[in-house]
Design a protein around this ligand. Structure first.
Ligand SMILES: NC(=O)c1ccc[n+]([C@@H]2O[C@H](COP(=O)([O-])OP(=O)(O)OC[C@H]3O[C@@H](n4cnc5c(N)ncnc54)[C@H](O)[C@@H]3O)[C@@H](O)[C@H]2O)c1
Length: 265
């Protein structure tokens, strides 16, 4: 029997802009061309922030700009797993960064470990782990010099449980949680807060193919039983911008699920 009917079904989410919340701040948002990253970029810009929107899809960045001519985005077309591209993103920010939203990420194909190919493992880790490390290394270095800053890393339900994806994605998102906790401890005395948001199912363009029969047979039924309805990307942006903003001054080292209660089941 499915528990979907018992998942929270609140009123439709209406984004409430907090005017000026990011006034005077520069925020880098990775994965800003689509889904959760796009929603974060738009929200910060609407709340007065200067947004450096990075994505490896030039078309999506063009779309972001043309859909929102009223908002001034600095767009950078680049791959966060490449050091030279990370440098371009940080330079575009003007080497002063108040907020970093590490949102860009890719899925695996739901393989258990004995079916994982080197190609999938390396691709998923290059983006989800190495890319996030490279962005954080470059930006937190600047934040240390400035003595302030906030970072939000997008993890996943797969960062806190074993049944939400294949081995590669699950391991990569557990690494995101580890990076978040380690960094929160290291930088708390320097005025830099580092948190994570762990989304459950969210309506975006993320590609998730069940290429593994074993993965589909084992995880499919488990996910059907406990998976609450998919959220809107703007609902995730609400949690992410809260943790990036001055509304969460005493919060660091938190992995906040935004998943309709999935992680509580
Ligand atoms: N959608 C979900 O159900 C869900 C659930 C849990 C976690 N997440 C996480 O949320 C984050 C955002 O995903 P989404 O669902 O919005 O997906 P999405 O595919 O809609 O958006 C991700 C964006 O990141 C960009 N991107 C990917 N790799 C990149 C790279 N190496 N360099 C620069 N840009 C890159 C893509 O071009 C895309 O525009 C990811 O980290 C994902 O793992 C998503």
């Amino acid at each position: 029997m499915s528990d979907i009917a018992t998942a929270p079904q609140g009123p439709e989410f209406v984004e409430k802009i907090v005017p000026g919340r990011f006034e005077g701040k520069t925020a880098i948002v990775t994965g800003a061309g689509s889904g959760i990253g796009k929603a974060v970029a738009i929200r910060i810009a609407r709340e007065g922030g200067r947004v450096v929107a990075a994505d490896w899809s030039a078309d999506r960045l063009e779309e972001l700009k043309s859909e929102h001519p009223d908002l001034a985005f600095v767009t950078v077309n680049g791959d966060i797993s490449q050091e030279a591209d990370v440098t371009r993103i940080v330079v575009a920010a003007g080497l002063v960064v108040d907020c970093l939203a590490n949102v860009a990420g890719i899925m695996d194909e739901f393989q258990p470990i004995h079916e994982v190919t080197d190609a999938i493992w390396e691709k998923v880790f290059a983006v989800n782990v190495t890319g996030m490390m490279r962005m954080s290394r470059a930006v937190i270095g600047l934040m240390v010099a400035a003595g302030k800053g906030t970072v939000v890393n997008v993890a996943s339900e797969a960062g806190i449980r074993g049944s939400a994806a294949g081995t590669a994605y699950t391991a990569s998102k557990h690494a995101v949680v580890g990076m978040t906790l380690s960094s929160s401890v290291m930088y708390a005395p320097l005025g830099i807060r580092v948190n994570a948001v762990a989304p459950g199912g969210t309506k975006t363009n993320i590609v998730a193919n069940f290429s593994s029969q074993m993965g589909a047979e084992r995880l499919g039924p488990l996910m059907q039983v406990v998976l609450p309805p998919a959220a809107e990307a703007a609902e995730l942006a609400a949690a992410i911008t809260f943790l990036l903003s001055d509304d969460s001054p005493n919060i660091t080292g938190v992995v906040l699920p935004s998943d309709g209660g999935w992680s509580a089941i």
